[in-house]
Design a protein around this ligand. Structure first.
Ligand SMILES: *[C@@H]1O[C@H](CO)[C@@H](O)[C@H](O)[C@H]1NC(C)=O
Ligand SMILES: [Ca+2]
Length: 210
């Protein structure tokens, strides 16, 4: 039904209803018996149209939100890195605590890991997952700690021994980070790990933004 017809019928209904209040004649009674149904129908049609408009608006809003998430929104943030120390022998022992520098980058989506400093800096607040693994000999102790800012979160340890010449260990954790929080692996004083190829690694991934 086009809107001109809709308007004129509504206008007619208005007249009919107005006349109903003072209804006396046959003609008006006849009109009354026929048109009130029509008016109700039109009212319902109007309500349906309103509903449809509201739904279209909501659909458009949802579409916009999805587009926003797909492009530059927080839902699009992808952060993941894996790196290995590389090198050709023991890293340590050193007299003080040292940040382990994983120079060989395997993956660094989002560039939040710095291969010069060995430090990962959270670019967005979120839930992250980190792992580190090491290989080491028995000639010295092993002590590695995954650090969140200045606090050790999970550690890996092994004793010095001369009959157990090859050790492998590691640890993993979920961390809730604020933007700018630093995560790195610290080698304990007078301890060591081995650094050949991809044998000693540090990895992290953003699971969800918060
Ligand atoms: C992981 O770290 C925790 C906390 O430092 C420690 O108690 C646990 O022994 C570590 N696990 C391994 C497999 O080294
Ligand atoms: Ca051992």
């Amino acid at each position: 039904m086009n809107s001109t017809i809709l308007l004129s019928v509504l206008f007619f209904c208005g007249l009919t209803l107005a006349q109903n209040n003072a209804a006396e004649t046959e003609v008006i009674r006849e009109t009354q018996s026929c048109f009130p149904d029509m008016c109700k129908l039109l009212q319902e049609l109007g309500a349906i149209k309103e509903n449809q408009k509201a739904m279209e608006t909501r659909l458009k809003e949802s579409e916009n939100q999805i587009l926003e998430l797909k492009s530059n929104g927080r839902g699009a943030t992808k952060i993941a890195f894996s790196a290995a120390t590389g090198g050709n022998g023991a890293i340590g022992p050193f007299s003080g605590e040292t940040t382990v520098i994983y120079r060989n980058v395997i993956t660094n989506v989002g560039n939040a890991y710095n291969q010069v400093t060995g430090i990962f800096v959270a670019p967005v607040p979120g839930i992250y997952y980190f792992t580190f693994f090491y290989h080491a000999g028995g000639s010295n102790r092993v002590y590695l700690a995954l650090m969140k800012n200045n606090q050790d979160v999970v550690t890996a340890y092994d004793h010095q021994t001369n009959h157990d010449g090859a050790d492998n260990g590691g640890n993993a954790t979920f961390l809730q980070l604020q933007q700018g929080d630093q995560v790195y692996v610290r080698l304990g004083a007078n301890t060591h790990v081995w650094g050949n190829n991809e044998i000693t690694t540090f990895s992290g991934v953003l699971l969800n933004t918060l």
